[in-house]
Write a protein that binds this ligand. Structure first.
Ligand code: ADE
Length: 225
């Protein structure tokens, strides 16, 4: 079972992503343990401060070292962590391969950046991996953490209804997935490709592969480069 500890100053942001659907089922059935921690609970002053002004006069607040240091230390004293991840737009771009790798690990910690980010000493001394979910800036790292958790947990045995379906996802072999259809076979004059209705398994596999290649070359040529 994988355990993921998420450290955030806005735990409420994760209620909905973790409260429904696949992630909820994975938690309920013991496939994954997700524990959300409020960094504010580890603040050291009586106002429970977790952010302060940036040195150097820049606008915007910075997440303070002490509360993060305390919670990371407490968690590390209880178990070993394979990765301590920080979500940030300047991290390594998150890809399927990294989701696959993380899904094979045991204990993960994800620190969600907020405000202008965390005091850089946290990144230098406590973080083992920095991940960006794309080249755009979010208000905080919580949604990025939810994206990472979803991509990882759905790969775990027992997380999805159809065990084989994660293997046929887009990106698993650097190809986009082929188009899919369901009943009715004709709607409004729009027809499902004939080959899918004819029951020739080999021909259907070939068709799917050809569509995958064609879609990848047209939509994401960078994947084959
Ligand atoms: N925090 C803010 N923007 C982010 C991004 N693109 N990826 C990960 N964390 C973020």
């Amino acid at each position: 079972m994988i355990r993921i500890d998420i450290l955030t100053v806005v735990p409420e942001l994760l209620d909905s992503p973790f409260g429904y659907s696949m992630i909820r089922r994975a938690k309920d059935s013991g496939v994954a343990e997700l524990v959300v921690h409020n960094i504010r609970d580890y603040a050291t002053d009586r106002h429970r401060r977790v952010d302060d002004y940036a040195f150097g006069g820049d606008a915007g607040m910075v997440m303070m070292i002490e509360p993060v240091f305390r919670i990371v230390g407490e968690l590390k004293s209880r178990r070993d962590y394979d990765e301590v991840i920080y979500t940030s737009p300047d991290g390594e771009r998150f890809r399927q391969k990294e989701a696959n790798r993380l899904s094979t690990l045991g204990n993960l910690m994800i620190l969600c950046g907020h405000y202008k980010g965390v005091d850089h000493r946290i990144r230098e001394h406590l973080i083992t991996k920095e991940i960006s979910i794309g080249d755009y800036v979010l208000t905080g790292g919580e949604l990025a953490a939810a994206v990472i958790c979803d991509a990882v947990i759905r790969l775990l045995p027992g997380a999805m209804n159809d065990e084989s379906s994660a293997l046929t996802d887009s990106f698993q072999d650097d190809l986009l997935a082929p188009p899919v259809y369901t009943r009715p076979a004709e709607f409004n004059g729009w027809k499902v490709p004939e080959i899918l209705l004819q029951g020739n398994a080999a021909a259907i596999e070939q068709w799917k592969f050809d569509r995958s290649v064609e879609r990848t070359q047209r939509l994401r040529p960078d994947l084959t480069a």
